[in-house]
Write a protein that binds this ligand. Structure first.
Ligand code: C2E
Ligand code: MG
Ligand code: MG
Length: 677
């Protein structure tokens, strides 16, 4: 066998070490993005490999320098031997974590690592100071390593392929398994050569083809792992998206479509009815006094009652009928076709007679529960699905308010909400001119409790009614196209706040809510650019929040606007995410930076399995897509723990900080990290 010059050994080792470093860094980066436990192991594994190569090259060079360097050589030798066993151990641990979907138990990790370190130390020190025991020394340092490597690589290859047919394995999985198999064979050959008495060991240990094969195997494993990772993340993202869709489109208590899905299906029915010239009616049903029932009894009992109501309605309607659940207590269904208003009324009347429900009260006695029904006709009471559902809901409220246990048709003078909104709108116009609007900022806190961002929230300091929240006036603004004006005002204030905070030495990202009509208005992105230029705020500190509803109105248009905004360097957040207005598979293609989990899920993560499942799936989905995940509406320690555990990046909520005027925000920033009290 040909002795290779030291420079070739050094070059090959350096190449391998660089490859190891590169892969270690790559996996560390992926770990930051995807936060999957196996990535941390793989990253450590390839760093350890690089360390091994540097250590063994140093030992080799020292050896070539001749010199009585046993003691000096021992240090890099120990280091490199420990590193190589840690490399093998962490590679295996990482692969186990990937196979099992979670990190191996910490006792196992600790023992495997301790075993690897011990093996490395023993392998180097055994026979280290006995000049005569050359064969034994080489066996301990090189042979043992090849043996352990051959056995573990074979084990890993088998573990990767066991339990599923070859054709089901992903491409990355196949590459990794084959590379491990090959690596194992080569290691076995090496081992055989080392223990075979006929091969001169010194040349064996440093033969050039071994280095090449090693390099190729490491390269193949690294490439395979990257391919596998991407494949796996794509599958997980799809899985999480599917799970979120399932959880968000159907109500788990009744199995009925939720409001969004119902409306979508109703739209189809309306189109059909329109084509055929048919009439239909939408009917909303709700148990009477249900709020009082929820307050007096436990939620599960009332949910059970609603589920029984759903069954009754389903039986009455027959198969193939369209039904849905609008919220906790309201069910909705379609009567089709109906000849005229009279027929719909007669059917509602008949239904009411069959809805005798009962609940078991705490003492064991039976509590009769009646229902109220609201009816809206197509096309007379509305020609869109949303309008019909709203009309039937309003009619149901009317029936309940009139004493319950009755049905009521929709009537245009049910309420005067419309008139109130008009008055409010006029007042709002005046308020804007009078400077009564202001902006408060609610901090968002990272895992260390640092305030790294804040959400700008509009407030109206009303001269008589005090500080009004957006919920009390934004709907009126939407009616009068005032919303865009408000959003621009808030955007300007937020940009200036951003500049001031950065100048004060506390730069933080500020998120501004953008309504659909603002977002879609022509020239919106140019307006943002102008606002940034005028205020001097750095674009990277601005984030715009749109709701998934806004994004879904016209996905292609939204994608174009988002592209323009992000081209400015401004970030984009999907707000109130998961409330069920969208198809996850479509939203995944939007180039957002942040995903904000809606507070309605946060509220239930500790007590409602469904909310916890959705919130977890959303964190997972966000991370799979490489997004920053923010959990909104944090009010309790338990929610902090829940989201920290699942790896949410930022938390926002009253527990951490309320929305504050800028001077108070500045004080809070100066005071340092926020801890959840
Ligand atoms: P959002 O964007 O989801 O904002 C978060 C809302 O949750 C804020 O309500 C905030 O005060 C509230 N919040 C924060 N932490 C907690 C908590 O721990 N518990 C509870 N229960 N609530 C919490 P706010 O300020 O009333 O705003 C409501 C919504 O109005 C916002 O929801 C946003 O959609 C909209 N909005 C606010 N400002 C603007 C604006 O300038 N333009 C537009 N277009 N919409 C805005
Ligand atoms: Mg928001
Ligand atoms: Mg929100």
């Amino acid at each position: 066998m040909i002795e290779q010059p030291p420079s070739v050994v050094a070059l090959l080792s350096a190449l391998q070490a660089l490859l190891g470093l590169g892969l270690g860094t790559l996996f560390a980066y992926y770990h930051r993005v995807y936060r999957r436990p196996h990535l941390q192991f793989w990253s450590a594994s390839f760093y350890a490999l690089a360390l091994f190569l540097v250590g063994s090259a140093a030992a080799l060079l020292l050896a070539r320098r001749g010199a009585d360097a046993t003691a000096v050589r021992t240090i890099p030798s120990v280091l490199s031997q420990v590193a190589v066993y840690v490399h093998v151990a962490t590679l295996v641990l990482g692969t186990l974590a990937l196979r099992g979907g979670m990190a191996p138990p910490s006792w196992l990790t600790r023992s495997v690592l301790a075993g690897a370190v011990a093996l490395g130390v023993i392998a180097t020190l055994a026979y280290a100071f006995d000049p005569a025991a050359v064969r034994e020394r080489v066996f301990m340092r090189v042979g043992l390593r090849y043996f352990v490597a051959a056995a573990t690589y074979l084990g890993v290859a088998v573990a990767l392929l066991a339990g599923q047919p070859w054709r089901n394995a992903s491409v990355g999985q196949r590459i990794v398994a084959l590379a491990f198999l090959g690596f194992s064979l080569v290691s076995l050959l090496n081992f055989a050569a080392i223990v075979s008495p006929v091969v001169p060991m010194e040349s064996m240990a440093a033969s050039p083809w071994l280095n090449f094969v090693d390099l190729a195997a490491v390269g193949a494993i690294g490439t395979g792992l990257v391919v596998w990772l991407h494949d796996d993340e794509r599958r997980r993202a799809e899985g999480a998206a599917g799970e979120v869709e399932r959880l968000t489109f159907f109500d788990p208590r009744t199995g009925l479509p939720n409001r969004h899905l119902f409306v979508e299906r109703l739209v189809e029915r309306l189109i059909e009815a329109d084509v055929r010239g048919e009439r239909l009616a939408v009917l909303v049903a709700r148990p009477d006094r249900v709020r009082a029932l929820r307050a007096a009894l436990d939620d599960a009992a009332v949910d059970g009652l609603v589920a029984r109501l759903a069954v009754r309605l389903g039986e009455w309607l027959g198969t193939g009928a369209l039904m849905g659940q609008l919220d906790d207590d309201r069910l909705v269904l379609v009567l089709a076709p109906v000849a005229d208003a009279g027929e719909a009324g007669r059917r509602a009347d008949a239904l009411l007679g069959q809805l005798g429900l009962a609940l078991t009260a705490p003492g064991g006695s039976l509590l009769p529960v009646t229902c109220s029904l609201g009816l809206a006709q197509f096309p007379a009471d509305g020609d869109t699905a949303e309008a019909l559902v709203s009309a039937a809901s309003a009619a149901q409220s009317g029936a309940a308010a009139a004493g319950g246990n009755r049905w009521a048709p929709f009537s245009r003078n049910l309420g005067n909400a419309g008139r109130e909104n008009l008055l409010l709108e006029a007042e709002l116009r005046r308020a804007m001119d009078a400077g009564e609007l202001e902006v408060h900022y609610q901090p968002m806190v990272d895992r260390e409790g640092r305030i790294v961002a804040a959400e700008a929230l509009v407030r109206w300091r009303h001269p008589r009614r005090g500080l009004l929240l957006p919920g009390e006036f934004l709907a009126a603004a939407a009616g009068g196209n005032l919303l865009s004006k408000i959003d621009r005002f808030v955007l300007g204030e937020a940009c200036r706040c951003c500049t001031r905070r950065a100048a004060a030495g506390n730069p933080l990202r500020i998120a501004v809510n953008i309504a659909a009509q603002t977002f879609e208005a022509p020239g919106f992105a140019d307006g943002v650019a102008a606002e940034l230029a005028a205020s001097g705020a750095p674009a990277r500190l601005l984030e715009l929040e749109i709701t998934e509803g806004t994004a879904m109105r016209d996905l292609e248009q939204a994608a174009r606007i988002i592209e323009r905004i992000r081209a400015l360097g401004v970030a984009l957040a999907l707000d109130d995410f998961g409330v069920g207005y969208s198809s996850m598979s479509q939203l995944r293609h939007l180039a957002a930076d942040t995903l904000k989990i809606d507070q309605s899920f946060t509220a239930g993560v500790e007590s409602q399995a469904r909310d916890a499942a959705i919130a977890s799936a959303l964190v997972q989905l966000g991370h799979s897509l490489g997004l920053r995940v923010v959990a909104e509406g944090i009010e309790r320690e338990g929610q902090v723990a829940f989201f920290r555990e699942r790896g949410a990046d930022l938390l926002q909520g009253f527990l951490l900080a309320r929305p504050l005027p800028e001077p108070e925000l500045a004080r809070l920033l100066a005071a340092g990290p926020v801890t959840a009290r």
